[in-house]
Design a protein around this ligand. Sequence first.
Ligand code: PAF
Length: 315
Amino acid sequence: MKIVIIGAGAMGSLYGAKLSAVTDTPVCLLDVWQDQVKEINARGLTVEDVSSPEPRVYRNLRAFQDPAGIGPADLVIIFVKSTLTAQAVRTGRAVFGENTPALTLQNGLGNIEGIAETLPRTSIIAGTTAQGATLLGPGRIRHAGKGKTVIGELDGSISPRLKAAADLFNRAGLETEISANVEGLIWDKLLVNVGINALTAVTRLRNGGLLAHEELAELLAAAVTEGVRVAGAKGIKLNVPDPVAHTREVCAATGENQSSMLQDILKGRPTEIDMINGAILREGAAWGIAAPVNGVLTKLVKFFEKTGAGERGPA
Ligand code: PAF
């Protein structure tokens, strides 16, 4: 099975590495980052794991900057930042054959719509992951938190391609389930990111740190509760019975991880704030639901984006 991953950041690299251990054909990683591509092709991809003393080097991978060299895949997984989804799929069009499923496991709202600008909606599978990974440098990541991957067809069917993808992921050690409620799934995960990402980006704490401070645990609950109200107004059927408790569980399970938004702020990169807390604010406004905590978090993260805050915070 030929797998292509668009976006070789922390999560794309993690899935690429794990899947490369169970595929005969090398997993292809497509990314614009030249140093990452060079390093992976020269020395493989090194994965540190918080639960094992020795890092593991994965070599059944090929990295590319240009999709032309790859050819059509049997499965494409999209892992670029949600702000770049539409552009990345357009640029990577050559890796999609007539029947290639496009799987998005990205954070935030709007990824399906971004993919559908280039590909038919029937080619899209969506899902979420509670895995956590940190990019340490070219060719090196840390697997800092384990959690379930859940995937589903947009029409709720349990298709052979869905089962095949879930089987493959499970064989690779990425615990995966299938869901018939993909919209609920995306909102379940959105609410986790609403509670964790902006707060960790603002405080510079690892995910687990949010649970150690009462004030932050309260803000986490308030941000998620606003999101739950918006989901309710939109008629979204969440799969998770208690999203605040669930977010706290993910915080604990990925306690050692720096959230993707904190990693972005520390590296001076744009964040996914508009697709996460900003999305709650927008959707809330459309449905007449106030979301002040998400509003404040969105503004604070945008401030840190603008000031290029780095490790020590803004000057
Ligand atoms: O964006 C992230 O960092 C991840 O989705 C999660 C699950 C919050 C773990 O850090």
